[in-house]
Write a protein that binds this ligand. Sequence first.
Ligand SMILES: Nc1nc2c(c(=O)[nH]1)N[C@H]1C(S)=C(S)[C@@H](COP(=O)(O)O)O[C@H]1N2
Ligand SMILES: [Mo]
Length: 308
Amino acid sequence: MTDLKYSDVTPREDFLNRRRFVAAMAVGGGSIAAGLAPSISSAAIDAVPSIYSTDEELTPLEAITTYNNYYEFGTGKDDAAKRAGGLTTKPWSVVIDGMVNNPGTYDLEDILKDVTLEERIYRLRCVEAWSMVVPWIGFELGTLIARADPTPGARYVAFETLFRPEEMPGQSSRLLEWPYREGLRLDEAMHPLTILATGLYGEELPNQNGAPLRLVVPWKYGFKSIKAIVRMTLTEEEPPTTWNMQSPREYGFYSNVNPEVHHPRWSQASERPVGKGFFAKRKPTLMFNGYAEEVASLYDGMDLRQNY
Ligand SMILES: Nc1nc2c(c(=O)[nH]1)N[C@H]1C(S)=C(S)[C@@H](COP(=O)(O)O)O[C@H]1N2
Ligand SMILES: [Mo]
């Protein structure tokens, strides 16, 4: 590196937030909990970056929180930032049911208190037609599923978003079939790179990004990462998913990032980095969004054109 200061090369917003983030990390001997709002785990947590963290340049907070897809609040990229503020996210609980030995309503505060659910900072690439690098705070989905203790026949996890039209104005339209649904194969759900996020940039998760609890599956297209989760159901059969129900030819169950398999209406070979101006150079998209080493083996022997 040169002796350029970090602030010389980084958008100011990003710089300030990184500084706040680093300051929070310094508090309490590495615990980020001390400096943060209570819904980020109150357990003593080590602010250890996940081994999966990339050191690529982070997308500025401003871009991550103003350029969103969240149809419960409208179809415009800025609708969620404008309208999601009024969503009540406390208290929050998640029903875990279906093929598990410990079904029930899990209170989010209790989930986060559990010391086995260690939160980490995951600086992950997220991609769709556009791409971002987001410093999530989250924990492995697998640890929560393990608590619910799937029965031997369980093969998939179905996820559901909150249905609350009074606070989610988009749910009064028939744009999509509500609630928003997603699903993963159980081995995908148990992979340590599949996380539940509760925060980003060292702060509580903003509502527009799916507060208080959203999925992040970084090797799949963005729509798999369902927001505001209230239910997880373990099933034997592949569960229905919102975008697949809406347009099965365009959106498959797997939706693994794959630069060679194109969406019927557009190429998926490249991506536009968000937060660098609209004319920023597009980047080639990587197989499994760059996480092939970690996840390709989940799909050994599968035809990824067939299983798009
Ligand atoms: N409940 C719900 N979850 C959702 C969506 C949505 O409309 N509703 N949009 C998805 C899509 S299409 C994308 S690209 C990502 C966007 O996440 P971000 O706004 O945090 O970048 O959220 C996904 N999760
Ligand atoms: Mo999306």
